[in-house]
Design a protein around this ligand. Structure first.
Ligand code: MG
Length: 390
């Protein structure tokens, strides 16, 4: 590539952040790290900072930031903290690309800040577009920021749309592995433990995304993301269960042609594509061997078994802040499930209950949406506590 791209990574200690750094280490002539940001894991941040030598490191938690500052004393690397520190890392002038990979609603403000500064935003955080899709995409149009999806399904759709007339696309199809509970029924799922749900058959991901995959809320969030990334209405976004996870997404055109993107289940492929777009890098990864995969299966998702998927379609159709409410309720419910308090099937029940009586807030501003997020969390906590004690 012409000159090294300067990369800031928000969420550098998580699964996406580590994979991104692995790509950067493989391609030192193509990429340079400008800033790293993370919530609290200062030990990992310290070793990442020593290896990649960013100008700035941001840590959300104050205590962790001061530990890291001690570690990096004399290195010339500046350590900043809190929300302001994360936002500084998101908008540094020196960066060309910002990888937005902070999990959950905590990633909304930093993503907005990166878009506001007109960066190329390699977007892995789902919640930013789910909660504030209209605001963020309108701001991107204003500043010229380019959002390139990192999520494998959206990367696939992005690639299947490249060089095509978008108005000729009839629908987009997101594939889903079906998670660890494919083929079971809702009664089987009543006794699912966090350990069972965390055991994803195809992808290695962080705990929040893995639980969302098991409930299929992950695919629900992805439907809403797709609506904003590709400016396509809900009724033209479909989901297909595809247990092998080889085809990541497809675009059906009006002439009947379907363009699909395929690849092994390695997140480094979509991450690298977002970093090097429109170029493609040789990272020395294992190639796709279709002969050994043998067969590709597809079938329609079971909405009774995975009610979260239906809830996400409902949220997208309702709009008016309901996707932000759904997302907040889901985050609270997933945390409660992971801590062993809420039953697996309770996750959808909590989300539905909060969506049925949503808090009122202004969804036209970022501060309004963040307030709605807080109100929905409080409602979800009340409902979760009631269900935990049952
Ligand atoms: Mg995905």
């Amino acid at each position: 590539m012409p000159g090294a791209r300067r990369i800031s990574i928000l969420g550098s200690t998580g699964s996406i952040g580590r994979n991104a750094l692995d790509i950067i280490a493989r391609k030192p002539a193509d990429f340079k790290v400008t800033a790293l940001a993370s919530r609290s894991d200062w030990q990992t941040m310290a070793s990442q900072a020593r290896q990649y030598k960013p100008a700035l490191v941001a840590v959300y938690q104050e205590n962790a930031a001061s530990r890291l500052r001690d570690q990096l004393r004399g290195s010339g690397i500046e350590v900043v903290e809190g929300v302001d520190g994360i936002l500084e890392a998101a908008s540094l002038d020196e960066a060309d690309v910002v990888i937005s990979a902070i999990v959950g609603a905590a990633g909304v403000m930093p993503t907005y800040a990166a878009v506001q500064s007109g960066k190329i935003v390699a977007l892995a955080n789902k919640e930013a577009l789910v909660a504030a899709g209209r605001l963020i995409t309108e701001e991107a149009q204003r500043t010229g920021a380019r959002i390139i999806p990192v999520d494998s399904e959206h990367s696939a759709l992005f690639q299947a749309l490249m060089g095509q007339d978008r108005s000729a696309a009839r629908k987009v199809i997101l594939t889903a592995s079906g998670g660890p509970f494919l083929g079971r029924n809702r009664v089987d799922l009543a006794g699912v433990t966090p350990a069972m749900a965390l055991n994803h058959p195809r992808w290695k991901m962080g705990p929040k995304v893995t639980i969302d995959s098991a409930t299929m809320m992950n695919k629900g969030l992805e439907i809403i993301e797709a609506r904003w990334i590709f400016d396509i209405p809900a009724d033209r976004i479909e989901v297909l269960i595809h247990p092998q996870s080889i085809v990541h997404g497809m675009v059906e055109y009006q002439d009947g042609s379907v363009m699909a993107q395929m690849g092994v289940t390695d997140m480094r492929i979509p991450i690298a594509f977002a970093l090097s777009y429109p170029e493609r890098l040789d990272m020395g990864l294992e190639p796709l061997d279709l002969a050994s995969v043998g067969r590709l299966d597809f079938h329609a998702p079971d909405l009774e078994m995975f009610p979260c998927l239906g809830l996400a379609y409902r949220a997208l159709k309702l709009g008016n802040g309901i996707p932000a409410v759904m997302n907040a309720a889901n985050e609270v419910a997933v945390e409660s499930f992971l801590s062993g308090k809420l039953a697996f099937n309770g996750i959808a029940d909590v989300v539905r209950a909060v969506m049925d009586e949503p808090p009122e807030f202004d969804d036209k501003t970022l501060s309004g949406i963040l307030r709605g997020d807080q109100l929905a969390r409080a409602a979800a906590r009340r409902i979760t506590e009631m269900m935990e004690s049952e």
